[in-house]
Ligand binder design. Structure first.
Ligand code: ADP
Ligand code: F6P
Length: 471
């Protein structure tokens, strides 16, 4: 087995297979923020990515992607249910997102979660060269840092959580809270999207482990774990160059024409997930139509909702409810050839997404809770001029950075309606000022800056393995 000096460990590999038109297997980038973000920085870096290819059964041999080697981890049917759909996505995911859906505590899932985390740790230990840096990603693999440290004490281990870390009173609900906290703190550096998360972990470390905790470091019995906020970003240059392609520019014009050349196009692009606030958004839009404050002839809403975690009951239920509601709204307010909402439940390639972003007048990103939300950043990067408004939930990590968006509390449906109308009628000069400020921010804070900041801090963290807090 060839070894690497940099190993990324994430639940999912950056590629999904899909059937090509001729029935052959075709690889494409998997949807979701994590895969996109890391894929962007690893394309030209010699590294190995340890992850699952999204299928059930034997691991397949996968081709290298440029300089990136892929080391698949296989999951069988029981593991997919207990680890991925169960503990990761029915316990941790809802709990970490403010319990907007009730988390499920199923005692059978824990052992599977631990066993699969061990398999990922063993795979990482196998492909990491002596003294290598191993960067573990997200809530699926929260036990890996500690397991890996036991297997390979020579490694420099980073952990980054892409989703929010909950307030202590929510985390305390977890039956295996001590193991989960210890698992994550097996890393040399634990990174989060927001400083509040590091604060929450420090409080929990003191309460549950008796550790001395500050917002940037936690002293365990034998070592110091550094913590901090590193807001993830996007490949701004890639999105800009994509957006300048003639295909994308023409496609954006064509889309607008196909939508009936309305005065305003509202766009939302989400994984079909209950954290994304799609139902609240539909309620707000439907009430604006009902009250005659928005007219179908003038305004069109496009909702892209890519299917996600479809074997999990809450996701199936959500999809049914959304499809019923879109049908109701179109039935009630649409006209022949003029639906009120264009609902697209399908994946798009990057160029077509860029064209959609260019077509929109108002991008509506209103999650109830989101670690970051890269769609909001992609929209800003895809704009070729200073037009376009971003309506952004206060509960997305991105809100702390994109301060010039039209910020909104998505739980407040009346407030959401007013903010949509405000964004739709904003003066061009106001839009231009906001867009220029957001674009400037993203130019500096792109995905490369994120990776460099994290990995540099991680390399310094190794010196603190035996040091004390504050040194
Ligand atoms: P999450 O990580 O929760 O899915 P983000 O907004 O951070 O949310 O990231 C979503 C990523 O998935 C973005 O990079 C976006 O471009 C991509 N994406 C969303 N919808 C689609 C779609 N229909 N087709 C392809 N990619 C999509
Ligand atoms: O960013 C949150 C996240 O869970 C990522 O870890 C993941 O890549 C993405 O959402 C998509 O989810 P899934 O891998 O379950 O399809």
């Amino acid at each position: 087995m060839r070894q690497s000096s940099l190993v990324v460990v994430a639940n999912r590999l950056p590629l999904d297979d899909s059937a090509a038109p001729d029935g052959a297997c075709e690889w494409r980038r998997s949807p979701g923020g994590l895969a996109g973000a890391l894929h962007a920085i690893l394309q030209q870096t010699p590294a190995t990515w340890v992850g699952w290819d999204g299928t059930v059964g034997e691991a397949r041999t996968l081709p290298d992607v440029g300089t990136l080697r892929l080391r698949p981890v296989a999951l069988d049917e029981d593991e997919t249910r207990g680890y991925y759909e169960g503990f990761a996505n029915s316990t941790l995911w809802p709990l970490y997102h403010d319990a907007v859906e009730p988390p499920v505590f199923d005692r059978g899932w824990w052992e599977t979660y631990r066993a699969v985390n061990r398999r990922f740790a063993e795979a990482a230990a196998e492909v990491a060269e002596p003294g290598a840096t191993v960067w573990v990603q997200d809530y699926h693999l929260q036990l890996v840092p500690q397991l890996l440290r036991k297997l390979r004490p020579d490694l420099l281990i980073g952990f980054f959580l892409h989703v929010p870390f909950p307030p202590p009173e929510l985390f305390m609900q977890l039956p295996r809270r001590v193991e989960l906290l210890r698992g994550m703190l097996g890393a040399d550096l634990v990174g989060f999207q927001r400083p509040q998360a590091a604060h929450n972990v420090a409080q929990l470390a003191s309460k549950l482990l008796g550790a001395e905790g500050a917002d940037d470091a936690i002293a365990l019995e034998d070592r110091v774990v550094r913590t901090g906020a590193f807001p993830v970003s996007i490949d701004v240059a890639e999105m800009r160059s994509l957006s300048a392609r003639p295909y994308v520019i023409n496609q954006a014009k064509k889309l607008r024409h196909d939508l009936g050349s309305p005065k305003k196009v509202l766009l939302s692009v989400d994984r079909l997930d209950y954290t994304k606030g799609i139902e609240h958004r539909l309620t707000a839009y439907s009430e604006l139509l009902r009250d005659g404050r928005v007219k179908v002839r003038d305004t069109v809403m496009v909702q892209v909702a890519v299917p996600s975690r479809e074997r999990v009951e809450t996701y199936r239920g959500l999809r049914d409810r959304i499809e019923r509601e879109v049908g109701r709204i179109n039935g009630e307010y649409g006209r022949v050839g003029e639906p009120a909402i264009h609902y697209l439940n399908q994946p798009f390639d990057r160029a077509d997404l860029a064209a959609l972003y260019q077509t929109a007048d108002v991008m509506v990103v209103t999650p109830l809770r989101d670690g970051m939300n890269l769609v909001a950043k992609e929209f800003v990067a895809a704009r070729r001029d200073d037009s376009g408004a971003l309506v952004l939930s206060e509960f997305a990590g991105a809100a702390a950075e994109l301060e010039d968006a039209f910020q909104v509390n998505p739980h407040d449906v009346d407030g959401l309606k007013e903010t949509l109308l405000h964004a739709m009628s904003a003066a061009p000069a106001d839009l231009a000022r906001r867009m220029a400020a957001m674009r400037h921010y993203l130019t500096v804070h792109d995905i490369h800056a994120w990776a460099q900041d994290y990995l540099t801090t991680l390399s310094f963290s190794s010196q603190s393995r035996t040091a004390s807090i504050g040194s």
